[in-house]
Design a protein around this ligand. Structure first.
Ligand code: ADP
Ligand code: MG
Length: 299
């Protein structure tokens, strides 16, 4: 396509709420044959809700929810927002003292419960607990796995080095995702689901939107999202990646075409070639259709 046509294409795109970093990027879309989709916030709404709270080691579920809410108050993650919301709805949430978060892992901080001593709180995935020297018992791990197998996104809460509870959350697939993904397939793109969440949840979401079971990558740490992109590229694929989170930024940069959802974080938008302003995957379809039309590869 001529520079003028490309420029006109980016202009058209911006009217549709699709921001393209430069005319040349439209050319990059030409060979894309694989589209990696982040699950949380991209395929699903990312607005999770707390489903059940399991108390362990003599704690009460009120205590577990309040303390989980306290430590998650420092995080912007969709899981954190849901936990804080549920905790606040249930009662007073202890004030968080120091705070640390690990992308794709969890959070750590200190807070006191009900006027008691300062407690060390760790919340997140099993690997994050292990990194903090906490080892849930076999029975506790079975309870955790039971929640995951039931299709929930489960996180641990540990207090002073010991498992204290499990918080199970549920997310919903966006109404538009299945249709948008079937259109991406019509455009010749193979959809692949990429998530840090567990396999049971990932498989359920993939089945709901028409992504093949073999194209589901679950339990992927943020650093491994980049590796997943590289692996597909090494296999000769030209990869577009759609994401919205801080933990997606490196993979968006590594992809041949990085697409950020506008509802996402600034870091993701910064790393991407294209930003769609809404939160609907149909805009990703539009972006790809538009570039192909601009390049004259479809009518
Ligand atoms: P996704 O790929 O679905 O966007 P992330 O990479 O952000 O997921 O997170 C992967 C996993 O890490 C989550 O499913 C959760 O188990 C854990 N995790 C990440 N952030 C937090 C947090 N703030 N609190 C608890 N757990 C977290
Ligand atoms: Mg995400």
């Amino acid at each position: 396509a001529t520079p003028t046509a490309l420029l006109a294409g980016t202009g058209r795109a911006s009217q549709l709420g699709i921001l393209i970093k430069g005319p040349q990027i439209l050319e990059d879309t030409r060979h894309v044959d694989t589209i990696l989709l982040d699950k949380t916030g991209t395929v699903t709404t990312g607005r999770l809700a707390v489903d059940t709270v399991t108390a362990l080691n003599g704690r009460t579920s009120a205590e577990v929810l309040a303390l989980a809410g306290a430590v998650e108050a420092g995080s912007e993650h969709p899981i954190a927002k849901a936990v804080v919301e549920a905790a606040r709805a249930a009662g007073p949430v202890p004030v968080l003292a120091d705070f640390h978060s690990a992308a794709g892992g969890g959070v750590r901080g200190t807070a006191a419960y009900d006027g008691g001593a300062l407690l060390t709180l760790v919340a997140g995935r099993t690997g994050w607990l292990e990194e903090n020297g906490i080892a849930p018992s076999t029975a506790e791990q079975a309870a955790f796995k039971g929640q995951q197998d039931g299709g929930a996104t489960a996180i641990w809460l540990a207090v002073d080095g010991e498992a204290a509870g499990i918080v199970s959350l549920r997310d919903t697939v966006k109404d538009s995702s299945a249709d948008a993904i079937s259109r991406l397939k019509e455009l010749g793109l193979r959809p692949v689901l990429l998530t840090g969440d567990n396999a049971a949840v990932a498989d359920r979401v993939a089945a709901a939107v028409g992504i093949a079971a073999e194209d589901v990558h679950a339990d992927v740490l943020p650093a491994d999202k980049v590796a997943a992109v590289r692996q597909l590229q090494a296999a000769g694929r030209t990869v577009a990646m759609v994401g919205d989170g801080v933990n997606d930024a490196a993979a968006l940069a590594q992809a041949d075409l990085g697409i950020a959802m506008g509802s996402g974080t600034d870091v993701a938008i910064e790393a991407a070639d294209i930003t769609v302003m809404g939160s609907d995957l149909h805009q990703v379809v539009q972006a790809i259709e538009l570039s192909r039309r601009t390049l004259g590869t479809i009518k």
